[in-house]
Design a protein around this ligand. Sequence first.
Ligand code: KIV
Ligand code: ZN
Length: 386
Amino acid sequence: MDKLFIFDTTLRDGEQVPGCQLNTVEKIQVAKALEGLGVDVIEAGFPISSPGDFNSVVEISKAVTWPTICALTRGVEKDIEVAAEALKYAKNKRIHTGIGTSDYHIRYKFNSNQEEILQRAVAAVKYAKRYVEDVEFYAEDAGRTDNEYLARVVEAVIKAGATVVNIPDTTGYCLPVDYAAKIKYLFEHVNGIQNAIISTHCHNDLGMATANTLAGVMNGARQVEVTINGIGERAGNTSLEEIAMILKSHKELLIDTNINTQKITPMSRMISSLMNMPVQPNKAIVGRNAFAHSSGIHQDGVLKNRESYEIIDPKDVGLDENSIVLTARSGRAALKHRLSVLGVDVKDNERLDEIYQEFLKLADRKKDINDNDILMLAGKERLEKQ
Ligand code: KIV
Ligand code: ZN
């Protein structure tokens, strides 16, 4: 199995989302939970951006033991100095510096040219190397950067000492086939690429963040930048839980992470509640309905053998069991199962049918059928049991 490094940016790319701001105490709580989850790198913040962010990076560095603590900077000396100061107490520290490399960034953001940007990239890495050994370089908007120029930048920053090179699809524009080709191109054209880890950092503007990240991994990237619940700028970043569970479900890829997947659900709930950011019910892995079976055909299949409609054991992500949701589409098998979970055994099929007909009438009227409703329908059997 090849190891894939998990770089979590919930506290940086995720936390910069309006409304998701956390105070230092909450950030420490999240960082410790991420450590327990098994992430390799925690991007703790962007220290020059505010005194609060600076302080959080300092406190997280003190509180966390084994993951690398990473601080973001622009490719600017002052940013790098402040990041190095914020990382003072980290046991394992990394500076994440970089610059935009697409024509959009070079022309409009920097009013510059490719050669000058390449030199600034190299200078930023060399400057960061004065403070820390582990320097990650990001080529912002690499997704829309010409591959030939990108390869020159990547080669130059690795030569300057970058230990990790991040290829962000900043705008979430790439198709998986194009992102895959980009990573492959780098592996085929960059001298010295074996001296650094190539990292993915994909945004979800077109709903392709996870697919692009996986495409990068399948072409040699060995670090992925992800967030819990996929939170992040605009439509968000690649979600940690999706990548972790894809690799756990597809062992044939021979790539493993250090993630303790049973901690995924509590971690997701912690982020959702601290950041006041509900998770969409049908979100893969952590949505309320991700393991809920509501149609009669599916419920019957799952009750006979869960693998007929479940590719992940809910226990693997820290849930006690799947949920058989009773709706007007449910069948007798699901109703009987729920009754028996509630301690009511209905042995007679005619009686089950009677309860089922009453259940259908109620389910047509009421959206959510709860356990009390079911017990009320089975009133007679319940009394007999008592
Ligand atoms: O999306 C992006 O390009 C970023 C960089 C700062 C790494 O978040
Ligand atoms: Zn980003």
